[in-house]
Write a protein that binds this ligand. Structure first.
Ligand code: GRG
Length: 304
């Protein structure tokens, strides 16, 4: 059963960790001048620093601490690498050839401000920028030379054809068709879940996590990733543009969603069940982390 609201002060934690993630993103962009020439940097800064919950870097830092990593700003530099991939994916997802979205995070999308060409190029430039950021950050966090290699490999795998890009392809192929629950789970495990799970695993790998701890982070990430998407579908069906910072679009685009498949009450039940699974995964792997427990609950209670 989902436990009652925890005493952990999540609001303060999210505000503090979000601010540290934001600073790390600013630092990482400043350190990327050779990969992001001025014309591209301007667009990248707009897209990357334009708000956002910073959930992925926050998960990365929480996993690092849960696996014995010490208190250091360096972990947010690693989380920034995941957030750069996330930022590129949003930028490309919003392009006219994809969702053609005018608004994101309550502001005009990058292509509406800078044009489609510059937004496309800046999004692409963020991919190698993220790999380089991960490589540099992991090397500073852990003296074991295999750690940066593992971190970059995991990030690229999660972002690629077996992960986020693969999920996007399934999403495109599924438009206008009715997907069953298994197909929907498979799509979202890749499109959203892979990068969320990588956020956690990167923090764990950098901290030298044991195989049991890594497998707990993995199971937690998979469950939270799906719960996150179920909540996304619920918000898309129930919230307006003021709350979401973008226009709801699932129905217009003929997308299969958990809400369309089972209705709202069942989608809400499924999200809670997934949170229970995430908490059980942590417990089974001996990962005792009040922030990770509170974050799992937050994912299904969030209103944006
Ligand atoms: C061109 C095939 C192809 C792929 C490019 C566009 C793309 C890669 C992938 C799409 C990935 C995508 C947009 C997944 C959705 C993830 C999601 C639920 C985003 C919202 O995340 P939040 O709520 O956003 O964390 P904030 O704004 O808080 O950062």
């Amino acid at each position: 059963m989902t436990p009652p609201a925890t005493l952990f002060r999540l609001d303060a934690y999210l505000a503090e960790e979000g601010a540290r993630a934001e600073e790390a993103l600013d630092r990482s962009l400043s350190g990327l001048a050779p990969l992001l020439p001025p014309d591209v940097m301007e667009v990248a800064r707009y897209a990357v620093l334009g708000g956002g919950k910073r959930l992925r870097p926050i998960l990365c830092a929480a996993a690092w601490r849960a696996c014995g990593g010490g208190e250091t700003e360096g972990i947010h530099d690693l989380g920034a690498a995941v957030e750069l991939i996330h930022a590129y994916s949003l930028m490309h997802d919003d392009l006219p050839c994809m969702d053609d979205a005018p608004l994101r995070r309550g502001r005009p999308t990058p292509h509406r401000v800078f044009g489609v060409g510059r937004a496309t190029v800046a999004g692409a430039a963020l991919i190698p920028a993220a790999a380089l950021t991960a490589w540099r950050a992991a090397g500073r966090l852990n003296a074991d030379p295999s750690v940066p290699r593992q971190v970059v490999r995991e990030l690229c795998r999660a972002a690629g054809g077996g992960g986020m890009v693969g999920g996007q392809v399934l999403d495109l192929l599924g438009e206008g068709r009715v997907l069953d629950e298994q197909a929907l789970d498979g799509l979202h495990a890749r499109k959203t879940g892979a990068l969320l799970t990588a956020s956690l695993r990167l923090g764990g790998v950098a901290a030298g996590a044991s195989p049991d701890q890594l497998s707990a982070l993995d199971g937690y990430g998979r469950a939270v990733g799906l719960a996150f998407q179920v909540r996304d579908d619920i918000l898309d069906a129930t919230a307006g543009v003021e709350t979401l910072g973008k226009a709801p679009s699932d129905r217009d685009r003929g997308k299969s969603t958990y809400v369309a498949l089972h209705g709202l009450p069942e989608a809400e039940r499924r999200a809670r069940e997934l949170v229970d699974r995430a908490l059980a995964e942590l417990e089974a792997g001996g990962v005792d982390s009040p922030p990770l427990r509170a974050l799992a609950l937050h994912v299904v209670e969030r209103d944006r």
